[in-house]
Design a protein around this ligand. Structure first.
Ligand SMILES: Cc1cc2nc3c(=O)[nH]c(=O)nc-3n(C[C@H](O)[C@H](O)[C@H](O)COP(=O)(O)OP(=O)(O)OC[C@H]3O[C@@H](n4cnc5c(N)ncnc54)[C@H](O)[C@@H]3O)c2cc1C
Length: 396
């Protein structure tokens, strides 16, 4: 005799940041909620985030820090669940935190405390959580959905997909949410790795490879977008916050322009140095402004070095131009293996921005990274997970 599927008001697929926030919000509102996580524990990405200290939000969050084919979509949820709301939750759980830079809030001790907080909130709200449970089949039924899972079948009136993106497959990332969206007739916009190191090949790689480990402040520009922060040279290419940020705007074939003297007028700087130190070689004066090995390499390959007094104005202008618009063509990215996020995903034009509900299938919701909303580096992605999870939890 086949068993009757267990009945829930809400089933949430995915026990990451968005799923846990949605589960607690819906549970607190009296719904019978079951959350299914296929990994052996919830919140693995939270645990590894921010170097183990979870950059859980950014105080300066605005819709401007998000990429999406539909930039207005994120506004409503972000306005209704702000960084301050999450900070209140963190403070209620007596988790110590600090602002590192640029509004980024980190735990003082460990990201484990954030996962514990979310799980405690879920437990208090009566949410049932099953880990190590995989969904095999989802079907629409008369009054909702039926799911076949590795832990039996279940039925629910409302189904929330919070299964995240494709980055870091070793942490449980899967394309499940995208497949489910397509199964129910949703458009999935092309996905690609974001907040990811860029790789170099050919001459660029040969010329920089042995400088692996050298870091310097730069401004990285791609098209109209620019980010000022550190760049790190790696064995395979370039990384560091400025490069991770610009990687989300970079597409194969695009040229990157690096300002190696960010915040300075390069020509004025060189003219001043020529006046102040006419006998010093360019490589020496640049070695005081840039990491010495990097300055040395610049002068070996791109900027022949001689005493400053030997440069005339057009030559100084040429050198200044190279220093403020150093061109690089990346050959690719390191891909989902190391990417922090997945760009693209479920097309927001087919979702309600206030509830995250599908416009095509009533009772079906998509939240978090599976949706085509991707934040900059700096706590914005978690803020989107909290805000979209909360909006959905309130609407269920
Ligand atoms: C190394 C790293 C560091 C990061 N650091 C930060 C940071 O400091 N600040 C920040 O804002 N963002 C950070 N991010 C990004 C952030 O982790 C994500 O944007 C955020 O976790 C997305 O939340 P989510 O709930 O949508 O997805 P996830 O947190 O990825 O959760 C999805 C969950 O669904 C589960 N799942 C997937 N498929 C299935 C399935 N078929 N059945 C059941 N369960 C399934 C997964 O195992 C996972 O637990 C970082 C990301 C990485 C990879």
């Amino acid at each position: 005799m086949s068993q009757q599927p267990q009945q829930f008001d809400v089933v949430i697929i995915g026990g990451g940041a968005a799923g846990l926030m949605c589960a607690q919000t819906a549970g607190q509102r009296g719904h019978r909620v079951r959350l299914i996580e296929h990994a052996n524990r919830c919140g693995k990405k939270i645990l590894m985030s921010g170097g183990g200290r979870c950059n859980f939000t950014n105080l300066g969050t605005t819709p401007k820090q998000f990429l999406s084919a539909n930039p207005h979509f994120c506004k409503s949820a972000l306005a209704r669940y702000t960084p301050q709301h999450f900070v209140e939750l963190v403070e209620r759980h007596r988790i110590a935190y600090h602002e590192k830079e640029l509004g980024q809030l980190f735990c003082d001790v460990s990201s484990k405390l954030i996962v514990k907080m979310l799980l405690d909130e879920c437990a208090n709200a009566g949410v049932r959580i099953d880990v190590g449970c995989s969904v095999q089949v989802v079907r629409q039924s008369e009054d909702g959905f039926e799911l076949q899972t590795t832990q039996g079948s279940m039925a629910c009136n409302k189904l929330v997909v919070a299964s995240g993106g494709l980055s870091i497959p070793s942490m449980g990332a899967s394309g499940f949410g995208y497949q489910l969206a397509q199964q129910f007739g949703h458009t999935v916009l092309p996905t690609r790795a974001g907040l990811v190191p860029l790789t170099l090949s050919g001459k660029h790689q040969e010329r920089l490879q042995d400088l692996s480990g050298v870091a310097l402040p730069i401004s990285a520009r791609c098209g109209k977008q620019a980010f000022s922060h550190d760049m790190l040279i790696t064995h395979r290419g370039i990384s560091g916050p400025a490069i991770l940020q610009i990687s989300s705007y970079w597409q194969p074939g695009d040229q990157l322009l690096l300002d190696l003297l960010p915040g300075r007028d390069a020509l004025q700087t060189l003219q001043d140095l020529k006046r102040a130190r006419p006998d010093a070689e360019l490589r020496t004066v640049l070695g005081d402004l840039l990491p010495k090995r990097f300055a040395q390499r610049l002068c070996e390959i791109w900027l022949p070095s001689r005493p400053m007094r030997q440069y005339n104005d057009p030559q100084l202008r040429e050198a200044a131009d190279l220093l403020s618009n150093f061109p690089l063509i990346a050959s690719g990215t390191e891909g989902y293996r190391t990417a922090e996020v997945t760009l693209g995903g479920v097309d927001t034009r087919e979702l309600s921005s206030s509830s995250m509900q599908s416009n095509k299938v009533p009772g079906l919701y998509f939240i978090g990274e599976v949706v085509d909303v991707t934040g900059w580096l700096g706590g914005y992605n978690f803020q989107w997970a909290w805000a979209s999870g909360h909006a959905c939890g309130m609407a269920l």
